[in-house]
Write a protein that binds this ligand. Sequence first.
Ligand code: ZN
Length: 897
Amino acid sequence: MAKVTNRKDYRPYPFEVEQCQLRFEIQARHVIVSSRLWFRQNPKYSGRYRPADCILDGTGLEILSIRLNDREQEEGQGYRYDGRKLELTGTAEMQNFYFCAKVRIDPYNNKSLEGMYRSGDILCTQNEATGFRNITFYPDRPDVMSRFTTEIIADQKQYPRLLSNGNLLEKKDLGDGRHSVRWEDPFPKPAYLYALVAGDLDLLSDHFITCSGREVTLHIYTDKGKTSQARFAMESLKKAMLWDEKLFGREYDLDLYMIVAVDSFNFGAMENKGLNIFNSSLVFATDETATDATYENIASVIAHEYFHNWTGNRITCRDWFQLTLKEGLTVYRDERFSEDHFGSEVCRIQQVSNLRNMQYPEDAGPNRHPIRPDSFIDINNFYTQTVYEKGAAVIRMMAFHLGSEGFRKGMDRYFERFDGQAVTCDDFVDAIQEGGGKDLSLLRRWYEQAGTPQLYADSKWDGTKFSLKLRQENPNAAAPSPHTEKTGTSASRESSRPIPPPLAFPIPLALYDHNGTKLHEETIMFSERETERHYTLNSQSKPVPSLLLDHISPVEVHYPYSDEELLLLISADQDSFNRYEAMQRYQQKLLLAMNPEQTTEPADNFVERLRSWLTAQCAAGGDAAMPPRYLAQLLQVPGVQILAAAQQPPQFQALHQVREAYCTKLAGHLEEDMLSCYHALAQTSYERSDLAIGKRSLRNTLLHYLSRLQHNRNNGGKYDELASQQYQTSDNMTDSYAALQALTHYSPGPHSQAAEGALAHFSRRWQGDFSVLCRWFALQAGTPKPQTLQKIQELENHPLFRQENPNMLRSLYSVLSRNLPIFHDKSGAAYQFLAQRILQIDRFNSMTAAGLAKAFVAYKQLDEEGQTAMAKALQLILQQDGISDRLYEITSKTLEQ
Ligand code: ZN
């Protein structure tokens, strides 16, 4: 039965581990792990609680020997082991003791990709959150920090590289074809940061001189022949190191920083001390294989894992409920890094758009939780958009509230006070407010409440005074709690929803007059005591408010804007985010008022506004005052996910149709301008400057608009030809991929010949490149056509599809679940299909299975027909015997929220 862990039940661990010495003997069929641990009573525990025997985590370990204080122990006497916990009898009374274990593990057949496992011919580890217990016996919790040393013995030919955390002490040839190494990590750390890698790897080497003049060796290890593809990752790493010194005064602390790229990985990357392990898709990039978006993604994840060295490793979490302590903060840091390197305008829009597309649905769904959850069955289900991205948004509010200098002082205080410790979110806020010199108690409730606050704004102008009324509501403030009974079919428990206490947040705003001149700007702060707020200002004319500048707080603003007001903000708003926001609002209004039978035209002045931007861009060859990349973002029409959030119940197919009809109309009105602009944006050779990236982005946006015309007009295949030509002549992945999408996504029936030809060419050309291949699968699973589900089933049997690889699995199944008109097909076929696949995957990789099960997040919002269909799929999962606890947690909450 699944066991629930509650945040309020936290207790320190009874013991401390002074030292942990590990020895790995890598043999042909298994690995022998010997450990030596020095325990002593933990003063944080022994003063307060009753003495308890030492209990260690250890999942499915084959015990070869257990020794206590140098004496061999027998099962049932010196210890008891139930396959999950090892209890050491009689240790409660010991001031200290010495524990040795020898276990046998089989990483070669470990398909869960937790603990030690094989990726190709590389042996590697993934221990966060709870993987270390699959390797050896240990108190596998983040507040037990210890010094680790590692000895690895392995065949020299098969495993010439033997890596672990810290510094390399010694390397020995054992003479019998084997060799050994010893590593020592001088910094105490929890077990989740432990890592080991063995393999025949190529090495890209570089170095970085830190601010105090120390030389740090930088190593990126890859599969044979791939190091040249890791150059961009290396450059990104150096930029991140420099940035963290400049912006946060953080210097790297070891002499060596290693990154290893592996193809089989459940997540993006892992910040193991001194030895990051990365999903290879976030390391490898060349102009031919990586899109501009991929490049930026790589830079931000490299930075993220590097920043963890201080926010996560030096200072870690006391318990897993505090996960946002390191993840929210580190995401905030990587966001700022990206803003500084790729432009804050475009980054901010992307961040908020991600938040809306991914985090808001989670925050309104069955697995919603505060950024610091209160209970879980499996913490691995809580590596969520909420803990990460909303967590970062909460820190963004703090930083805004304190100002950048104040926030920096707060961070300095945090590092100073808690370095080397495992702490809580409360500790963090305490330090930030002390150092920052401003009370933050008003923001603390954000750690307790789930749900996206809705801010309803309305205004009046009486000829002299402008008054604004703001009211907040949070209908999803309470999180459903996990179920422990594996029944899964009981009637749904309607949770009563008491009115939650209000949240404090800043609302920076500006007022514009009808000429678009800014009249006023200030920040209103909601306090944690008020759900309503009134604001008045003298004004001789009726102003247009631009609310929540830069989307500084993670709330949604509703204001009854007229079309004229939105058009004014579209041309005049000086806040680049809100200008985009006005575009979004204007189009969202239009789209939500349409239905597939009745589509309306966008207003002339709106179309003319767009035309003038395009004309300017065209005249300037893409170098107009408004950066092309920003214009490309302005031209993004709100996606189906965002439109659906404003509709009850959401009609995904209808929204998709309406949206396509709208884009087609827009393209029809602007065809000539779009086409000439498309040509004007052509570049003779590939470069990666901001301007070049911006031009590609705008040009591909236009290509996609134009491609929609292909199928609505008798234009002789003109735009298919344009896309084909782009595909054939492109020298970079950004343009080829965009062309491939344009060719495949918009025709109503089966693919055109040109599309089929390009798809086939692409897979032939990239059959040897794992990440690019994943994108080829993803492109087809993401095609919004009725044939897609069938296509996915064909692709599952494609010779290049790897059935056990998480990237591959996600490239079909996660992508399907985000392909909303297809996933929510009325027949329920896609639900059923996904449920079956989830069950299959759960048998060997429950982490990936549980992640995929989050696809059913919209269950309660669906119409009756949809709910019935989805319930069937959910029940199919729940009725299966022996599903993993983590899959159970997600699925049962979804069905019975
Ligand atoms: Zn992280």
